[in-house]
Design a binder for this molecule. Sequence first.
Ligand code: TXA
Ligand code: MG
Length: 356
Amino acid sequence: MQDKPHVPRHTLIFKNALENLEALSQAANIIRAGGLVVMPTETVYGLGANAMDDAAVRSIFSAKGRPQDNPLIAHVADIADVGVLAASIPSLAAYLFSRFSPGPLTIVLQKKPEVPDSVCAGLATVAIRIPEHPLARALIRAAGVPIVAPSANISGRPSPTSFTMALADMDGRADAILDGGDCKHGLESTVIAVEGDTLRILRPGAVTSEMLREALLESDLFKACLILDATSEENHKPSSPGMKYAHYQPKAQVYIAQRIDQDSITDIFPHKKVGLIVLGDGSSQGRLEKTAPPYPDGSLALRVASRTEYARLLYRCFHLMDEAGVDVIVAQEAEQGGIGTALMNRLRKASSGRKI
Ligand code: TXA
Ligand code: MG
């Protein structure tokens, strides 16, 4: 079920917003007045609204075309503000916030009655994150309210990880867009639920299960706690409502390949414009390299240097491929474990499990 279609909005664009105090105060006013502001975070760009304003929260669903039974993450600037939203903070959750916040970790807790049902899609819980990006923190502080922010993409599409990508999806749908540069992690936050002495990973992210395990082992109080990976059960009974929908999908059809063998790919997709995402061996650093395309007809090949770079640049690659008008994207499989688990989770969803 989807909310009514969005009404076009006039979108204010604030370039280099971190150096622009006027932009920040205008954006904060928009949030307080019930409007929608696209803000950068260290994971992906988010489409923000006042978490305590039911009408503003609802307008996010129509702006994105998001199913109404998919709850939102509420962002606060400081650990001390988690209590504004959560009815109680179990000691395990408090410990994990202290270890990983600010940063890409979202914890699902019992909600306070004041949190509108629209935030939580009618659940008794609310997902809370303390972002690290200075602009997100500054906006939350200036607005003086928690900010709910789903990824700032049209529902089902890849999350924006740069200002250009956010603009492409949200121009005309948000009241303002803050440019805060490229996102450091490039994949959405790790979402966990804490139940007694068990921690369930609902969505893998840059805070990996290995990092969570290490943090638990370092604490006398929590070293016996269990970590369950709920994402392996997601096809049966989604524990995080969002995990049941199509997600992260570019216009081109995505396929996962264990190895990129250009000759066999040519045979499989004759007459198609193909985009390849090739995983390097970690020896070359940093930038996204355009390598020689397999065919002369507008196909594109991009090489990422390592799994971390792959995670950071995956959605950017999708965006570039869509801009180039490719029909098919063949993305190289990455090893599971560490950031590879989150990366492959997104790739599986983007490809709906298609493999060659
Ligand atoms: O990195 C991120 O988390 C980004 C940035 C903007 O913070 N936000 C983001 O939001 O990815 P969104 O709406 O695209 O994804 C939120 C995820 C969905 O899978 C949703 O189902 C889950 O969090 N979620 C939210 N509230 C929940 C709850 N109460 N119980 C279980 N899952 C919840
Ligand atoms: Mg999203």
